[in-house]
Design a protein around this ligand. Structure first.
Ligand SMILES: [Zn+2]
Length: 385
């Protein structure tokens, strides 16, 4: 491996170590990333030149006397995350450590060209509200509900009614900072790895439900994208031969039994419900029809988890969005069917984790994309160190 690549690799590791554990001494950093103190000193000096870290005196862990420690700067550098939803965009500002600072919402215009202008204006006002300058923006991450190609061009979003839009080209010109775009579920999965339940896991599967049912595969420390970036569509695993018709046009997909839309449609035959909130209230009151339908959906989720586990042997499956909310009513059937159908060796390895991060008020996916884009050695833009 080329020495400069090794140094870059250490720098990236030190950046993330300081992100996860602020206020570390040189010795602690050296132990955490496994490189010598001379290398750590040289990299910290470079970080200081770039305004990425600050020195301070603090009581270092395990020692009485104050000593010199390092932390990521809170003043120099911003990451922007943008979440495009059905009819609105949520724009989030975060420090370079990924800590989310504020959000602003804006209506989503129909034309992508108008979106670029509106987004630029919203980012300006968000920075102004934090008394920060837009020149501090290091990277912008944008999540889209749809299929996004690996080069960041939008392939298809039926919920936005956008087709073949070169979103990256359009926005980069307007915003003037590196831009990273991905599918909303892949972004949420990355957030789980950077900030959430899966911070120390290299292999996990993510299943998220907002309106539809999205999925993602995280493999060997990275999102697995497949040939063109369309991998991980776990919502379209077939769980019932010739079953209900799915939004994708096929029949018997997991999404046709577990997506928000599918659940509401099924429950409406018995009860007047408009949202998952209504479903939760009825389930909490012990409504038999609702509990039966959720029990049945839990069965299909268990089948899907067993297929995923048999194929991929992940360390965990993360359930996010409304799946996390509904979990108390899905859990019994899901666990039973999962255990009955998964191969016992893989089943024993796979933990089911419920995502709190996906329910947070300020969404984390866009910031995760920005942080990854800013700090990854594998991205299109080299990190600043
Ligand atoms: Zn489908």
């Amino acid at each position: 491996m080329h020495p400069s690549y090794v140094r870059q690799h250490h720098a990236t590791e030190i950046f993330h170590a300081l992100r996860q554990t602020p206020q570390m001494s040189k010795r602690e950093i050296s132990e955490a990333v496994g490189c010598d103190k001379t290398t750590v000193s040289a990299i910290l000096k470079r970080f200081e030149e770039l305004g990425l870290v600050r020195r301070e005196m603090a009581e270092s862990r395990g020692r009485g006397r104050p000593s010199e420690v390092f932390a990521l700067s809170q003043k120099n550098g911003l990451l922007i995350g943008t979440h495009l939803e059905f009819d609105q965009a949520v724009i989030v500002a975060a420090g370079i450590d990924g800590q989310r600072l504020a959000r602003v919402d804006m209506p989503l215009p129909r034309r992508p060209e108008d979106f670029a202008t509106d987004l630029r204006n919203a980012i300006f006002s968000l920075c102004a509200s934090l008394d920060r300058d837009i020149s501090e923006i290091r990277c912008v991450g944008i999540t889209l509900p749809g299929l996004v190609q690996t080069d960041g061009a939008l392939a298809h979003s039926s919920s936005l009614d956008w087709y073949d839009v070169d979103a990256k080209g359009l926005l980069r010109e307007m915003i003037g900072a590196p831009i990273h775009i991905d599918n909303d579920t892949n972004a949420a999965m990355l957030a789980e790895h950077l900030f959430g339940e899966c911070a120390h896991l290299e292999d996990f599967v993510y299943l998220d439900s907002v309106v539809g049912l999205g999925g993602g595969i995280f493999m060997d420390g990275h999102p697995y994208r497949g040939r063109k970036g369309f991998a991980g569509e776990i919502g379209h695993l077939k769980v019932v031969p010739d079953g209900r018709t799915c939004g994708c046009g096929a029949s018997g997909c997991l999404s046709a039994y577990l997506s928000q839309r599918a659940l509401i449609q099924k429950i409406r035959k018995f009860e007047p419900v408009d949202s998952i909130g209504d479903v939760l209230s009825l389930a909490a009151s012990g409504n038999r029809n609702v509990l039966r339908i959720l029990n049945n959906s839990g069965r299909y989720l268990g089948l899907a988890l067993s297929d995923i586990t048999n194929v991929l042997n992940p360390a965990a499956v993360v359930l996010a969005g409304h799946l996390a909310r509904l979990w108390p009513y899905l859990e019994a059937q899901t666990r039973q069917v999962f255990e009955e159908n998964a191969m016992s060796a893989s089943f024993a390895d796979t933990e089911i984790l419920i995502s709190d991060l996906s329910l947070a008020e300020i969404p984390a996916g866009g910031v995760a994309l920005a942080l990854e884009g800013f700090s990854s050695l594998d991205g299109q833009d080299a990190p600043p160190w």
